[in-house]
Design a protein around this ligand. Structure first.
Ligand code: RIB
Length: 299
């Protein structure tokens, strides 16, 4: 069983700031870091570091060739990433404040240059039972989901960053949702006061064939499917940079399922890996190895 992550590849420019810049304000940063990012690349990195055989598909410009080298060094197969001449690689301008929080501006670039011909060629290399992991940073998502469903791939959707395009997708074809409360609320069209566990139950009612992983920030996460419903606590750490913590969680959760672990164990190792990622700077460089995630001693 193979796992394909069809998703974004970004060059992340992270500015370390005291506070996020306000309207009309100009501020200085303490440092600028450049590293590989994009929800797709980060999740592929987490899958690979957790020991999965992962194939990444997507597009970069010539300026993004170094991302392919980084991914290959992490053990990710990159033969389904197309290097385009005319388009620049997607990028993210990230502010990382003194509390470890971030805010992000995205430029889609090559991530929005995926063609249906590329999607056909990539998906033809995968077969029934293989996993397909998607986020919301590439174009042609609907086409990819329909084709993958036709081929009986298991579809995992992390609808992040959330926008109205997600609501137009054939969500009934998704086998696993990994999402946060804001994304869940928008998909459900629910009231603002609807809380975590209630929201997970509503998602399960709306998508009875799917498994739901609902992340609740500092309150941990909830797993729900037809047979199980349980909560996973968060591992408390001092946050340095939260960028890619959610991506680490998603990649680890899927990798653990592929290893044959039960949902409860998969949620636990995903929570451990995400907590470690928060203690480190950067997106993909913050993802830990499986052995470390397993043995890390939390305070
Ligand atoms: O989830 C974190 C990622 O979001 C960053 O790496 C950035 O590139 C954006 O896609």
């Amino acid at each position: 069983m193979k796992v394909l992550c069809y998703g974004s590849l970004n060059i992340d420019f992270t500015y370390e700031v005291d506070h996020f810049v306000q309207k009309g304000e100009t501020i200085s940063s303490q440092a600028l870091r450049t590293c590989g990012g994009g929800k797709g690349l980060n999740q592929s990195t987490a899958l690979a570091k957790a020991g999965a055989e992962v194939y990444h598909a997507g597009c970069v410009g010539e300026d993004g060739r170094f991302l392919l080298e980084q991914m290959e060094a992490s053990g990710i197969h990159t033969e389904y990433v197309t290097v385009l001449r005319e388009v620049r690689t997607g990028n993210a301008i990230i502010q990382n404040d003194r509390d470890g929080d971030n805010c992000i501006i995205l430029y889609g670039g090559a991530n929005h240059a995926i063609t249906s011909a590329q999607a056909d060629a990539v998906l033809d290399a995968f077969e029934a039972g293989d996993f397909l992991l998607l986020q919301n940073e590439i174009n042609h998502l609907e086409y990819i989901i329909r084709k993958a469903h036709e081929k009986k791939l298991k579809i995992i959707l992390n609808p992040s960053p959330m926008d109205e395009k997600i609501l137009g997708l054939p969500l009934e074809m998704v086998d696993y949702f990994v999402l946060n409360e804001i994304e869940a609320c928008q998909i459900l069209g629910c009231r603002a006061e609807t809380q975590g566990e209630e929201m997970a139950k509503l998602l399960r009612e709306r998508f009875p064939a799917a498994a739901i992983v609902l992340t609740l920030g500092g309150d941990g996460s909830v797993y729900a499917d037809r047979e199980q419903f349980f909560r996973q606590p968060v591992y408390r750490v001092k946050a340095v940079d939260t960028t890619a913590a959610g991506d680490t969680f998603t990649g680890y959760f899927i990798a653990a399922l592929l290893k044959g672990l039960a949902a409860a164990q998969a949620m636990d190792i995903a929570a451990r890996a995400a907590a470690i990622a928060v203690t480190r700077k950067g997106a993909s460089p913050s993802v830990p190895e499986w052995a470390e995630a397993e043995s890390f001693l939390f305070p």
